[in-house]
Design a protein around this ligand. Structure first.
Ligand SMILES: [Zn+2]
Length: 129
């Protein structure tokens, strides 16, 4: 009579083995998508103790250019009171932003000690419209 030795075997360390193999595999390492966002260290913003001691500046590009030629909004917000000053602009260049800041903020409320700029990359002429 034929007797079969059939046994069930498990690869006990399959998960760590696959993990260690894939960590050392050059192809896997090169094709792997890094889902971890690179986090910059957070630096807390200074807390304002009086109005217009610190302002935050950012821009919002409009979906289309207005009849007046404005393609974006320049937003200045007081850090103390959250008072917004929103000005439509025809371009987001550094010169235009500085002129608007001087005319609408500094001439009315004085020079702020801190200016936090939201996105330096956006200080370019509007080109989408
Ligand atoms: Zn691999």
């Amino acid at each position: 009579m034929l007797q079969l030795n059939v046994g069930i075997s498990r690869w006990q360390s399959m998960y760590p083995d696959v993990q260690s193999y894939s960590k050392t595999c050059d192809v896997c390492q090169r094709s792997k998508i890094n889902y971890k966002k690179s986090m910059l260290p957070l630096n807390p913003l200074p807390v304002a103790s009086r109005p217009f001691q610190a302002i935050h500046i950012d821009d919002k590009t409009l979906p289309r250019t207005t009849k007046q030629g404005h393609c974006a909004l320049l937003c200045c917000i007081d850090a103390f009171s959250k008072f917004p000053i929103v000005t439509p602009v025809s371009d987001l260049s550094a010169v235009t932003s500085a002129k608007i800041l001087t005319r609408d903020v500094i001439s009315l409320f004085g020079v702020p000690e801190v200016i936090v700029i939201g996105d330096l990359v956006s200080l370019v002429p509007c080109s989408r419209n």
